[in-house]
Design a protein around this ligand. Structure first.
Ligand code: NAD
Length: 425
């Protein structure tokens, strides 16, 4: 079953739960109608991007933009540059954005974009040409009140700045609100760079309070955390957790991982990665594989790299009691269900990594108003928004006796179907 088919299966499951909850009411009749609408992305775009490489050769890259739903507001979703990007992956990620924005109550729909490319093999000039080519190719279907992209795997603030600049040239005016995750100098928001990680951290602390586990200040140093992926989301999460006195005992990147029972000094690990290209071979830690990291005896496991990294075969070896899904889709639904049966609490991606899109929303609001906020205001509002979402999802979980992922989907699908209904779609 493809990843997108799994998304649809998940949607059917949620609709069946909603139907059961409401059997006998008018709403029941509407569920299948709205589910059918949500199963089909509104628009799927595939583009060819010709780039003249540094050696003079012409290379054609394939890019995508999937606009899944705009029933609650303009499309919103990141752009991914990765060799594994394909239409099926982008469609699933776009669907998850629709669910995520609705789950945390942002006035956005869901979209995602990507280019099938290994950006590590491109020079800076080639990367800029590719980004500008992609911008031109999709410029007629994006815009501040149409579709607002953002960073994702292997895209960064510089790439966002090139996108914004190219779009502004086409529009003949400065349009900072066309994309979020920009550098502050190009209209970015303070706090956007750490927002995904910071949001995940707020959610984690709120959940720890609810389950009355590890929540006292004195306990933090005894709580062990392993983080897979040491990029924007993973590094910042590890740093925030370390600075808050939790014990980050293992981290990894695409080249492998490192572990130390005494805990890692995250600032020193990033210095080592910046100078050597990887976290691997960090002094005072032992090298481990990415798979070993996932099965370490830690309290909290935070996958922050890629989809489907936790497989069914690993289920019996996972020793963490909480999994905080900072990455999108780090496990398939059947894996998630098998882990839940083992009493492992999974904090789902649509909530755990929503901090990024929440601060992207703040950035977009600041761009439209041309009025910029202090860092403290961004933090306060992020905490407020993501804590509200955590509380509602937790209440829904308790009320319907479902896992947190199902609860988040119920909250989202309820909001989406109400919007579909009142709009008369
Ligand atoms: P990034 O490109 O900044 O970092 C990715 C990290 O993952 C790098 O350290 C890379 O070495 C590592 N990695 C790649 N393949 C790996 C593998 N097979 N095993 C272990 N590590 C591997 O990307 P990011 O923005 O940090 O995104 C990471 C995840 O978080 C993605 O799933 C993304 O969709 C999700 N996410 C990111 C944001 C955001 O604002 N950046 C928001 C929401 C969700």
């Amino acid at each position: 079953m493809s990843q997108y088919e799994q998304c649809l299966e998940q949607l059917d499951k949620i609709c069946a739960i909603i139907k059961k909850m409401e059997s006998g009411s008018v709403a029941t009749e509407l569920t299948s109608h709205e589910a059918e609408i949500l199963k089909h992305p509104n628009r799927t775009t595939e583009v060819s991007i010709p780039v003249k490489m540094d050696n003079g050769d012409l290379k054609i890259f394939t890019g995508y933009r999937v606009q899944h739903s705009n029933v609650r507001g303009p499309y919103k979703g990141g752009i991914r540059f990765h060799p594994q990007v394909d239409l099926n992956e982008v469609k699933s990620l776009a669907f998850w954005m629709t669910i995520k924005c609705a789950a945390v109550d942002l006035p956005f729909g869901g979209a995602k974009g990507g280019i099938t490319v290994d950006p590590k093999k491109l020079s800076e000039a080639e990367l800029e040409k590719l980004t500008r080519g992609y911008t031109r190719a999709i410029s007629n279907i994006v815009g501040p009140d149409i579709d607002i992209p953002a960073p994702d795997l292997y895209t960064n603030p510089q790439i966002m700045a090139w996108f914004m600049d190219e779009y502004s040239r086409i529009a003949g005016k400065n349009v900072p609100g066309v994309i979020t995750g920009k550098p502050v100098e190009a209209g970015g928001s303070l706090g956007r760079d750490t927002a995904t990680a910071q949001g995940g951290f707020y959610v984690l602390e709120e959940v720890l309070k609810k389950i009355q586990k590890f929540s006292g200040e004195e306990n933090k140093k005894d709580v062990t955390i392993a983080v897979q992926g040491f990029g924007n989301a993973g590094y910042n999460f590890a740093k925030i957790a370390h600075d808050a006195s939790y014990q980050v005992v293992a981290v990894s990147d695409s080249k492998g991982g490192i572990a130390s029972e005494e805990g890692l000094d995250i600032e020193k690990v990033i210095e080592h990665k910046n100078s050597s290209g990887s976290v691997v071979d960090f002094p005072d830690a032992k090298n481990i594989s990415n798979e070993e990291l996932l099965t370490l005896p830690v309290n909290i496991l935070a996958p922050a790299a890629f989809e489907n990294v936790i497989s069914m075969e690993m289920v019996n070896n996972i020793k963490a009691s909480i999994i905080l899904e900072i990455a999108n889709g780090p496990m398939k639904i059947e894996v998630s269900e098998a882990l839940a049966e083992k009493n492992i609490l999974i904090i789902p991606d649509v909530l755990a990594n929503a901090g990024g899109v929440i601060v992207s929303y703040f950035e977009w609001v600041q761009n439209l108003r041309q009025y910029y906020w202090e860092a403290e205001k961004v933090q306060t509002r992020l905490k407020e928004k993501i804590t509200q979402a955590t509380n509602l999802i937790w209440e829904t979980k308790e009320k319907y006796k479902v896992d947190m992922r199902t609860a988040a989907y119920i909250v989202a699908v309820e909001r989406l179907r109400k919007a579909i209904k009142v709009r008369g779609i």
